[in-house]
Design a protein around this ligand. Structure first.
Ligand SMILES: C[S@@+](CC[C@H](N)C(=O)[O-])C[C@H]1O[C@@H](n2cnc3c(N)ncnc32)[C@H](O)[C@@H]1O
Length: 275
């Protein structure tokens, strides 16, 4: 039996929230200690945690990478963000981090999970001086994101934008052409724009551990990539210092001794600048 709760999307059409299948946003919320998840998400989250005991550490490290990158770019003068794969709102979301430094910062969020949409509309509200907008959109259709009137009303694409692809590219399979998606998005951005990206990897894991993780990925929806494969997705755009590193090592604000081992993080992060 499938359990659904219905909401209506902006066009008035039903967009059901499926509670019987684990969803990435809700599972991620569970690992982060949030309450916006259902039994199926927790079961799936626990099964993955049994195969990868450091998954909660990895999730937290990814989240703090996102926040450090937003802070870094806002201080460098970027005031517009396109955050695709928003996730369920939690503490210190992109607009809060950016607007704490520059209250006029403008942020467009996009996600394809209907529960994220419901929460985001309620919670991702802007400072009075800035703006936030939310798109119910799929990364696999970049043209629809770029042409969305809410994006065009909120962001000035003649000025630099930070495109945030944080912990989302590993949900795009090779046959869905993540490289083409990134090229299509970045081709529209003004010089001086940035791409902030992170990507899960199994580079650090033994064959046994990979086998256990694969057993929890029967639909192949999760596509971890090697460092080289992630680098290939961003090739042609210049990475800023320190390049592609485990997310915990990207401009860390904690001493090395308090950072987790790279194998526990198992996620690369990078920020690239569009010339
Ligand atoms: C692991 S969460 C990451 C959240 C946030 N970016 C972060 O790093 O903290 C991945 C998010 O990407 C969204 N997502 C996955 N595939 C997507 C797609 N094809 N289009 C839009 N959103 C997608 C999920 O719904 C989820 O909210």
């Amino acid at each position: 039996m499938r359990y659904m709760t219905n909401r209506q999307d902006a066009a008035g059409a039903d967009n059901p929230i499926d509670m019987s299948t684990a969803h990435p946003a809700r599972r991620y919320n569970y690992w982060l200690g949030g309450k916006d998840n259902f039994a199926a998400d927790r079961e799936s989250g626990d099964a993955i945690a049994a195969a990868m005991p450091s998954i909660r550490t990895a999730t937290l490290e990814n989240r703090t990478f996102l926040q450090r990158a937003v802070r870094h770019l806002t201080r460098a003068g970027v005031s517009q963000f396109l955050d695709i794969g928003t996730g369920l709102p939690t503490a210190d979301n992109t607009h809060e981090v950016a607007q704490a430094i520059n209250p006029t910062a403008r942020i467009v969020y996009a996600d394809n999970d209907p529960l994220v949409l419901t929460h985001a509309r309620a919670l991702l509200t802007s400072s009075p001086e800035g703006a936030t907008a939310y798109l119910d959109a799929d990364l696999r259709d970049p043209a629809a994101i770029l042409d969305d009137p809410a994006l065009r009303d909120t962001l000035d694409l003649t000025q630099p934008v930070a495109l945030m692809l944080v912990a989302i590219l590993h949900f795009i399979r090779d046959d869905e052409n993540p490289r083409r998606i990134i090229e299509q998005l970045t081709a529209t951005l003004a010089p001086g724009s940035y791409v902030v990206a992170s990507h899960a990897t199994w580079d650090y894991f033994s064959a046994d551990m990979i086998k256990r993780l694969q057993a929890n990925n029967s639909d192949q929806r999760f596509c971890p990539r090697s460092r080289e494969q992630f680098a290939a997705l961003l090739s042609g755009i210049s990475l800023i210092d320190p390049g592609m590193v485990p997310v915990s090592q990207w401009h860390p604000d904690t001493p090395e001794t308090s950072r987790p081992p790279d194998a526990d993080v198992a996620c690369y992060g990078a920020v690239a600048r569009i010339a």
